[in-house]
Design a protein around this ligand. Structure first.
Ligand code: ADP
Ligand code: MG
Length: 591
């Protein structure tokens, strides 16, 4: 590969090098326009090979070269300094390509290309800030799957980002995210504003200038147009903090309202070298700079949270759930399933399976329905169809909570069906790992459900999580422990607490005790029995085990090969089963 020095040396030649052809420029410009139209949204673009090494700012270079012209004056900085190797070479490349002017003075620049800083000077409405972005996806630390992060952005489903902040607070008392702090743009898209320090993050809010952020390798760019709302992601009751050491000031210019970096000898220096020299020359608008400095976000230890505090504090939040329709008007049921049908088509090596065939039932608030059958009889498929994890071929599912029971929820979008699972239709899976994130704390798992439901108070979340964990008899001393360290029974209890966190109307239990040792299973079964008795939930309990069904339910349906072959009151089915298949199930439970 040509090294950058050779390349930039060529720039003196009368023919300007073409780092981006006209078509490429047009494509980047189009992407910039889309970005401006949808602030914070990651716009893909057809990236070109740039004559700079990866990590040298090819994303920013493409934007600058695409939007710049001969009449522009460009300032290029790296780490707040124009003299770094990277800055010098990028500047030479941009100048050589555009034939434009260059400056160190932010006030004279029409385009500022930067990576680590927003200049200390206030940028104005005729200026554009181009940020070279090393990480384009703020959700990457919490989700590696690109399809999933795309879905999260599309649905504004950022609950897990708040959970990550919650976990930070629980472990450290402060939010650890250092640079590229996640922000919410225009109350819609979460964005990572490059590795600028937290100091610069509030300065993007309602700015006069246009900011374009671009990532060459990911081939994505996004924009913050002038006067756009850019708010750091945090809880309502946990203040965002910028970097600041008490009493620190630049040893060269004396500034104490700029972003300072510490030298190896412990002294503080302005990171914006140009600003610092102009302060010494008395050539700055110090008053305006004071207004722009994020002084309202200086660290305040008295406002920090300690995990324990919120649990001992007096609760001032209203934890009572909103009143909602418990049954459809004129009806008894909270959930009604009609003629559900599901066929798994034959694939290589398998035959076509009619997993669910004409299954109908309804459940009233406060009632528990058992769904019993041998393994493979279609029980789990019924539940999966209900919650939307499986598509359905025939039938209707009505929920009292959705349009008073008049809408077939099977026809709703995938996003709407996911939303239902937060506050209307909760599931406890046989395998706790299916319902929990084992890498985060017990409290964090409950915070996941609460933040998804719109909770934004850290203290309220902790109190609610503590209440729920206490109710399922998980010791509070373990609230902040990672669930992966819990025993199977304890995990199942956390999963139950999480399912109840959104105050659902319908609770689906899929073999809730099947994976547990007998004595542990008995404890969880007792807990479930109490919980069902104290709540007005409509519950479906799926099990192959008649002992579980008879412990928890009033009524039951018996499934065999996808069909309901017998139904009735659980006690009666148990005492007097008619179908030979049911008799076998009863006999198995009696053993
Ligand atoms: P249960 O929960 O009662 O044990 P399931 O609902 O899991 O039964 O399965 C019912 C039938 O559907 C079984 O024959 C099973 O093999 C089949 N089945 C379940 N899921 C799939 C799938 N994703 N693809 C193909 N067949 C499936
Ligand atoms: Mg099953």
């Amino acid at each position: 590969m040509t090294d950058i020095a050779t390349l930039t040396a060529d720039l003196a030649a009368p023919d300007r090098p073409t780092v981006l052809d006209e078509q490429g420029k047009r494509e980047v410009r189009r992407a910039c326009l889309s970005g401006v139209c949808i602030p914070g949204y990651q716009v893909p673009f057809g990236s070109r090979e740039m004559p700079v090494a990866r990590g040298w700012g090819s994303g920013g270079l493409q934007v600058t070269v695409a939007i710049g012209a001969e009449s522009d004056t460009v300032k290029v900085i790296d780490q707040g300094d124009e003299e770094g190797v990277n800055a010098v070479n990028l500047r030479r490349l941009i100048r050589g390509t555009l034939g434009c002017g260059a400056t160190a003075d932010t006030r004279e620049a029409t385009i500022v290309q930067s990576r680590h800083r927003v200049p200390e000077d206030r940028m104005r409405d005729h200026q554009t800030l181009v940020l070279q972005v090393p990480v384009s996806e703020p959700l990457r630390p919490i989700e590696k799957d690109v399809t999933e992060t795309r879905r999260m952005h599309a649905e504004a489903d950022y609950a897990r980002l708040w959970v990550a902040l919650y976990e930070d607070l629980v472990t450290g008392g402060v939010i650890n995210a250092a640079s590229g702090y996640p922000v919410l743009v225009e109350d819609r898209y979460v964005m990572a504003p490059s590795p600028i320090p937290r100091w610069d993050v509030p300065r993007l809010n309602d700015a006069e200038h246009l900011t374009l952020l671009s990532h060459g390798r990911d081939k994505k760019l996004y924009a913050v147009p002038p006067h756009t709302k850019v708010i750091p992601v945090t809880f309502d009751d946990v203040p965002f903090e910028v970097e600041y050491a008490d009493g620190s000031a630049c040893i060269l210019c004396g500034s104490d309202d700029t972003y300072l970096v510490q030298t190896s000898t412990g002294d503080w220096l302005c990171s914006d070298v140009e600003w610092c020299s102009r302060v010494r020359d008395n050539d700055v608008d110090a008053e305006d700079h004071q207004l722009l400095a994020p002084l309202q976000w200086l660290p305040d230890p008295t406002k920090r949270v300690r995990a324990i505090d919120s649990l001992t504090q007096q609760a001032d939040d209203d934890l009572a759930p909103a009143a909602r329709a418990r049954t459809a008007p004129g009806e008894e049921w909270a959930v009604k399933v009609e003629h559900l049908g599901k066929t798994f088509e034959a694939r290589r090596g398998s035959t076509r399976v009619r997993a669910v065939d004409d299954v109908s039932f309804d459940i009233a608030p406060g009632e528990a329905l058992g769904i019993i059958g041998e393994s493979g009889s279609g029980k789990s498929t019924v539940l999966r169809c209900l919650i939307g994890e499986e598509t359905t071929d025939e039938g209707r599912v009505l929920l009292a909570d959705v349009d008073e029971g008049s809408t077939n929820v099977l026809g709703l979008s995938a996003a709407d069906r996911r939303a239902l699972r937060i506050s209307t239709l909760a599931v406890v899976h046989q395998d706790p790992a299916a319902g929990l994130d084992l890498r985060i704390s017990a409290g964090g798992n409950i915070a996941d459900r609460l933040t998804a439901g719109g909770w934004r108070s850290y203290h309220a979340i902790r109190r609610r999580a503590a209440q729920l964990l206490e109710r399922v008899e998980v010791p509070l001393s373990r609230m902040d422990d990672v669930v992966g360290q819990f025993s199977g029974g304890m995990r199942q209890r956390v999963q139950i607490a999480k399912a109840l966190a959104g105050d659902p109307q319908v609770l689906l239990l899929d073999e809730p005790t099947t994976g547990l040792d007998a004595s542990v299973a008995a404890g969880v079964l007792d807990l479930l029995r109490e919980l069902l008795a104290e709540r007005e939930l409509a519950v479906a309990v799926v099990s192959h085990d008649f002992a579980v069904i008879s412990a928890l339910t009033d009524r039951a349906i018996v499934m065999r090969q996808g069909r309901v072959i017998e139904q009735g009151l659980t006690d009666q089915l148990f005492a007097d089963p008619h179908h030979p298949y049911t008799q076998r199930l009863v006999a198995a439970a009696g053993r």
